[in-house]
Write a protein of this length. Structure first.
Length: 225
């Protein structure tokens, strides 16, 4: 079994996807006007959190001017604000604000990762890019031995997790579970939960409200209790 620290070292040094390498580095060079004084991270984003986590949160991919800028998953953009407001409310995070990787954020019993580690054009990783990133997530799932509940943020993350669990023989039911906000499925070793992703598109249109999002995490907390 690989150590989490070794997995993250491998993630940060990854250059498997030429399109993503070019995109993340181009964004880091050109920047956004409001962040011109930032030294963008511009590399794959390592996961972070509590190594003894019982809750695992799996997102889609880093945002171009969020995690690709700050160097920490779900840090520095509106999705981060939405997520950490809830994590703090439910008791999994030390602060409701996740703005930079040296801000002292501590996750309590939770760990955050994603199915793609580089910021993709239009926030849409290609199938082959997800395949290239898949081994990192598999290694993390193996290393996080205390995880009991996994929350997939969005359908792509949900489908990738289902595929990994199915290949590992972890009791994925047939017919296959369907993605839907608040859906929950009992597998052999974990409960897989689904939530809409806290993207700006979802939150600003009202498809996902803070209350809807919090409900998923309170339900996860109940399962862990």
């Amino acid at each position: 079994m690989k150590k989490l620290s070794d997995i993250q070292d491998a993630v940060v040094g990854c250059t498997r996807c030429t399109r993503l390498v070019h995109h993340r580095e181009a964004i880091a060079r050109t920047k956004r006007r409001m962040y011109m004084d930032w030294d963008y991270w511009g590399r794959p984003i390592p996961s972070f959190g509590d190594p003894g986590a019982r809750l695992l949160i799996v997102g889609l991919a880093p945002a171009a001017h969020g995690a690709n800028r700050t160097g920490r998953m779900f840090t520095g953009d509106s999705s981060a604000d939405f997520l950490f407001t809830t994590l703090y409310e439910v008791g999994f995070a030390s602060s409701p604000v996740s703005c930079r990787r040296d801000d002292g954020m501590v996750l309590n019993g939770a760990y955050i990762t994603a199915v793609a580690r580089c910021a993709p054009p239009d926030n849409k990783p290609l199938r082959g890019e997800l395949t290239n990133c898949r081994p990192y997530l598999i290694d993390e799932l193996s290393a996080l031995t205390k995880v009991e509940v996994v929350i997939a943020l969005g359908k792509i993350a949900f489908d990738v997790l289902l595929s990994i669990y199915r290949d590992a023989g972890l009791g994925v039911p047939s017919p296959s579970p369907k993605f839907g906000h608040g859906a929950s499925y009992e597998l052999t070793d974990v409960t897989l939960m689904a939530s809409y992703h806290p993207s700006r598109q979802n939150t600003q249109t009202g498809r996902l409200t803070q209350g809807m999002f919090s409900d998923v995490f309170y339900r996860a907390q109940e399962l862990l209790s």
